[in-house]
Design a binder for this molecule. Structure first.
Ligand SMILES: C[S@@+](CC[C@H](N)C(=O)[O-])C[C@H]1O[C@@H](n2cnc3c(N)ncnc32)[C@H](O)[C@@H]1O
Ligand code: SF4
Ligand code: SF4
Length: 512
């Protein structure tokens, strides 16, 4: 693969190949540079074999801040050097040595390749869209909207991006998948979504959660396109991160390789033991999916990007003996999980449902098992978060962090914005379309004000619960569903868990 810096403002240099640059490195002295060039080569391998790749940006002579930051933050890029500072020093030594031996153009290309290898999320913007095979007019039109300026605020935003509603599975409880045209997010809508984040100077950091439907179905080219748009449109200093929620039932190797390069966190849906999983999560053709998912998890783990599993707690899972449930997950190599109570439709309240009392009971049994069986080495997101909430520590989990309105948007393939993706079907949680409204407009909209008013009234109702300071009202979606099902309790539903923690703490004190 030729990497030619041709006919650009970069100084019109050509004929430099990544292989030739790699060949100038000495394995014993230049391990960091060699690793970064290798990663750049992997990224470029996503392009047509043999294609010549022009690079757009002029090398600056100094290592970009993103490269420095990546080497400090990511031990995997340091090629065995002791820390970020040592890795940077090694890389600078390689650059100094090469500057004496390479032409200025070759040295510039080397810097750009190092940038691609260390920080592909920004380095990707150096490659023109056509070289990535991105032909849609949305890519040609993707220019930052205003003069580059860093964010002025500290807001953290999570976007649950429904990149497609198509899916290869037909899970028994799921109403999130769709068939037919109009259910995939186009590059134009992807660009709009990224632009809406970038234009908002109050947003310091955004996490894009690739969701669906099944996001792995969109194909590697569209994935690269979305990443390219992020790299291109991002406001300088704005931090973008990506994670993906997948059924992992048919993961292409190329997708796994791409996510690895871009440091994704990949969460996989797995509904517990094989027999239950295969009943709940069947393929579109009616086949079992458990073995394929376990294989997907193994490949994600090998790539170092597996973040754990998500398990939907149906009444069947809740009734399963808890020790067997965890034991079978551990046997399948799973040591971290999040648990979602099965939810009915957010518009009608109809469909399978696990009420909060049953979910709390399930969590208590899980907690008791894990505290008495540390040898299982099994982490549960909800239990870690509840325990932190009990100790009044930050939980890192939206459901126990207090107000979430305005911080979590579900984005539909057509650009409709919803407060959190869980409210599909609820008209009052759809807050407008990105084509018509900025995120600031959406935050200031009458629809958002009505949701906030509803939340304020809910919090008032919950204040009489002894544990309100710990749960902070829990998840508004859970309360919304409970209300649809005719329950308006004075507790969010988690009191039994906190009662249990309190009883254990008292027993410990008495026995001390
Ligand atoms: C809608 S899926 C989209 C991503 C991908 N297709 C997957 O299955 O991971 C996201 C998560 O929502 C869960 N989910 C779907 N329908 C649900 C329901 N009715 N109640 C609770 N969780 C549900 C899925 O099991 C999955 O963990
Ligand atoms: S794989 Fe995900 S989107 Fe598809 S049917 Fe199952 S839960 Fe729904
Ligand atoms: S509604 Fe619930 S799941 Fe959605 S962002 Fe808020 S706390 Fe999280």
């Amino acid at each position: 693969m030729n990497v030619a810096v041709t006919g650009t403002a970069a100084a019109g240099i050509d004929g430099v190949t990544v292989e030739r640059l790699a060949a100038t490195l000495r394995p014993e002295d230049d391990a960091v540079a060699a690793l970064l060039l290798d990663r750049a080569r992997s990224l470029l391998a996503f392009l047509r074999a043999g294609a010549s790749v022009p690079l757009l940006a002029a090398p600056t002579g100094a290592l970009p801040a993103d490269v420095r930051q990546a080497l400090r933050a990511r031990p995997g890029l340091r090629a065995g050097t002791s820390n970020g500072a040592a890795a940077l020093a090694a890389l600078e030594a390689t650059r100094r040595r090469l500057r004496a031996r390479l032409s200025p153009g070759e040295a510039g290309a080397f810097d750009q390749l190092v940038h691609l290898g260390a920080a592909p999320a920004s380095g990707l913007a150096m490659i023109p869209a056509p070289a990535l095979g991105l032909a849609d007019p949305a890519f040609a039109a993707a220019e930052p909207a205003e003069p580059a300026a860093p964010p002025t605020g500290f807001a953290d935003l999570v976007l649950i991006a429904k990149l497609t509603r198509h899916c290869n599975l037909r899970c028994t409880y799921c109403t999130d998948w769709r068939e037919g045209p109009g259910n995939q997010m186009t590059p134009a809508t992807q660009a709009l979504m990224v632009r809406r984040v970038a234009e908002d100077r109050s947003i310091a950091a955004a996490r894009f959660i690739w969701h669906g439907g099944e996001p792995s179905l969109i194909g590697v080219r569209k994935m690269l396109g979305f990443l390219w748009l992020q790299a291109r449109l991002r406001r300088p200093g704005q931090i973008f991160a990506n994670s993906i929620q997948t059924n992992a039932a048919a993961l292409p190797d190329r997708a796994v390789a791409l996510w690895r390069l871009f440091d994704f966190k990949v969460s996989v849906s797995l509904d517990g033991p094989r027999a239950i999983h295969d009943r709940q999560r069947r393929t579109a053709r009616g086949g079992a999916s458990f073995d394929a998912v376990i294989d997907g998890i193994a490949r994600l783990r090998e790539a170092g990007i597996f973040a754990g599993v998500l398990i939907v707690v149906t009444p069947e899972i809740a009734a399963y003996p808890i020790e067997r449930l965890v034991g079978e997950l551990v046997d399948a190599g799973v040591h971290a999980a999040g648990f979602l109570p099965v939810r009915p439709d957010a518009g009608t309240g109809k469909g399978p449902y696990l009420p909060p009392a049953a979910f709390s009971d399930f969590l208590i049994r899980l907690f008791d098992l894990l505290r008495t069986r540390p040898d299982l080495r099994f982490d549960v997101r909800e239990i870690d978060a509840l325990h932190a909430a009990w100790q009044r520590r930050p939980t890192g989990f939206c459901e126990l962090n207090g107000p979430c309105l305005g911080g979590y948007f579900g984005i539909e393939p057509d650009g409709t914005v919803r407060h959190c993706d869980k409210f599909l079907g609820s008209a009052s949680h759809a807050l407008g379309n990105l084509a018509e409204r900025s995120l600031a407009d959406i935050r200031a909209s009458a629809g958002m004000a009505a949701l906030k008013q509803r939340e304020a009234e809910r919090w008032l109702r919950l204040r009489s619960c002894a544990w309100y300071g710990h749960c902070k009202g829990w998840c508004p979606h859970e309360s919304h569903i409970a209300a649809l099902r005719g329950e308006t309790a004075r507790c969010c539903g988690l009191a039994p868990v906190f009662d249990h923690f309190a009883a254990l703490a008292t027993a410990e004190r008495l026995s001390a």
